[in-house]
Ligand binder design. Sequence first.
Ligand code: PLP
Length: 399
Amino acid sequence: MAVSRGYHFFQNPGPTNIPERILRAMDRGAIDFTGGQFRGLAEDCFAGLKRVFKTEETILAYTASGHGAWEAALVNLFSPGDRVLVVESGYFSLNWGLRCEAFGIEVETLANDWRIGADAGKLETRLRRDRDHAIRAVLIVHNETSTGVVNDIAELRRAIDAAEHPALLLVDVISSLASMDFRMDEWGVDVAVAGSQKGLMLPTGMAFTGVSKRALAAGREASLPRVYWDWRRLVGEGSQAVWSGTAPVHFFFGLQEALRMLEEEGLDEVCGRHHRLAEATRRAVRAWRRNDGPEIFAADPRTQSDSVTAVVLPDGHDADRMRQLCLDRFNVSLGGGLDRLKGHVFRIGHLGDLNQPMILGSLAAIEMALELSGVPHGKGGVDAAMEYFVSEADGPSAG
Ligand code: PLP
């Protein structure tokens, strides 16, 4: 096996690069998680998370990946036989729905083409037809990581309101929080589910959930069994008071540093940087598209994600083979196609601790991997990305 030197270019749509500052912040001894020092640290982190979620509501944290927070939302809110409406966007939306079914929750899927954003008109029509309000909640993935398509949560919220429907709005912000605009309170989101290993730049292993008062009240009525995830036990006066087991103290050291980094940069600029990195990536893919080459999976430019770009290879070409070559030859790791997109799509993650040269390096490796894999494509993807960055060079930073 060849020895790799230099940086591993980690271009997955999560987990993402962990900045040195966060690693150093975690590089210390344990402290008593029942003591005042940890309480102060946790309170500081919950206050910072509220600013990132843009909410005044309760934030809860679990030792878990995003899948845990998905499950936590379900077991806290529903009773067997309850009905939910899953707005289809791709692999992750359908998977959240499968978890509902496993708990005896009735799932209805609002079918949607994976290449475009969810249709608010269709949601409104469906909810208007639900006259007896059997649908308890609408589940939506904000940024569908499997397709690189973003759903317009504010517009979907307006559709629920226009239908005068009381359904709770549950939103998965796992690959959008701290990289794309998200406003829990302004957009009327009842439950927002997030993870640690994406925009928050932490290792995988913690999940965070914003919970509205309405959702907490619904949780008091729900009857699915729950212990580890039980919001009724975890919630204290304004912030989390209790841990199910040992609190993940080191994550909080890292989280405190991550929140400092986000605040130093400013959330608007964090989103601006992600937009520029995404736009450069899209311009590269559009250049590759010539000669019947690869194309951006997300068909509508208005709903193309700023944290991940899924790229479809021309028929007859294996995206996983090309991805493997990119990893073996150039030490650049890309995301693979999920579910029905497996082998057809590769995904370029451009979220977290990244700057322009890092993206350019990865785009150069991808362009070489396309060539070496015999995938037809136009040349000049990296040039197109560089031209865009130069045209944007008056921006506030090199990101
Ligand atoms: N939802 C979305 C949109 C995701 O991107 C992911 C993971 O990539 C998940 C859910 C699952 O999260 P985890 O892998 O942390 O369990």
